[in-house]
Design a protein around this ligand. Structure first.
Ligand SMILES: [Zn+2]
Length: 257
């Protein structure tokens, strides 16, 4: 399927789901989870940093890593793909944005009610009682890679405040997951951007959409596995999304905006 053909679907769709993975944020300079384990972090492996057990075993190491990643996100800017997705909301009757990314670049580009399947670097909560951490997190000091930082304490129960992301061995948050499933089953156009589409449970979303008769399009610079009757557009998220929104709606976005 070509950009022109997908643009035609965009113009007539009643409910569009945009589903983003790491590839949507790499153009903003956000390292993927694996790529973040570089530099001074290269001697660590994910099992030491991204599980509840790791956090309980060494909270300041784990919190330091997530604070370092959060600062990277704060310093980054939404890219043209995020901007095009936010613009799309103005042109289609209904748009649902579902992301596996833990940054807030969709929101910063102007998207609203974004469904976060893997949580967010910006929504820490108590590891014991689950209450959201209310105190603003400082962004003044950029932690060096490898820096240990003592996590804050919960104001309700004195428990440790943990990153608000989904760790290995944890299930996806129930509310966002059921909202994403409902959107996938209700939409008529499902666009998956920058995700391999093979890791479950998230890979189930395009499958559900397709099963209910939606057109499913995958956008990726690398060839991804596309199932029967799903479509693939090869290219960077920023280039393809800008071209799609421009072609469908004459929005005149720049791919370098
Ligand atoms: Zn607590």
């Amino acid at each position: 399927m070509s950009v022109t053909e997908v643009a035609r679907h965009l113009k007539t769709a009643r409910h569009v789901v945009i589903f983003t993975g790491a590839g949507a944020s790499t153009e903003s300079g956000i390292p993927t989870f694996r790529d973040a384990l570089t530099g001074l972090w290269e001697h660590f492996d994910a099992s030491r940093l991204a599980t509840a057990e790791a956090f309980r075993a060494d909270p300041s190491l784990c919190w330091g890593w997530y604070e370092w990643r959060r600062h990277k996100v704060i310093q980054a800017q939404p890219n043209a793909a995020h901007v095009a997705i936010a613009e799309l909301a103005r042109h289609v009757p209904r748009l649902t944005v579902v992301t596996q990314n833990v940054d807030n670049l969709h929101e910063r580009a102007g998207s609203q009610a974004v469904i976060h399947l893997h949580g967010s670097l910006h929504s820490p909560r108590c590891i014991d009682c689950g209450v959201a951490h209310q105190a603003p997190l400082s962004i003044d000091v950029l932690p060096g890679a490898g820096a240990r930082i003592e996590p804050p304490r919960c104001t309700m129960c004195e428990g440790l405040v943990r990153p608000g992301v989904v760790w290995f061995g944890e299930t996806l948050p129930e509310g966002p997951w059921s909202d994403a499933l409902a959107a996938a089953e209700a939409c008529d156009l499902f666009v998956s951007i920058g995700t391999s589409g093979v890791v479950y449970p998230a890979a189930e979303l395009p499958l559900r959409a397709h099963g209910r008769g939606a057109t499913v399009v995958h956008i990726n610079p690398d060839r991804v596995e596309v199932r029967n009757q799903e479509f693939f557009l090869e290219g960077k998220a920023s280039d393809v999304m800008t071209a799609l929104v421009n072609e469908a709606f004459g929005a005149l976005l720049s791919p370098r905006s």
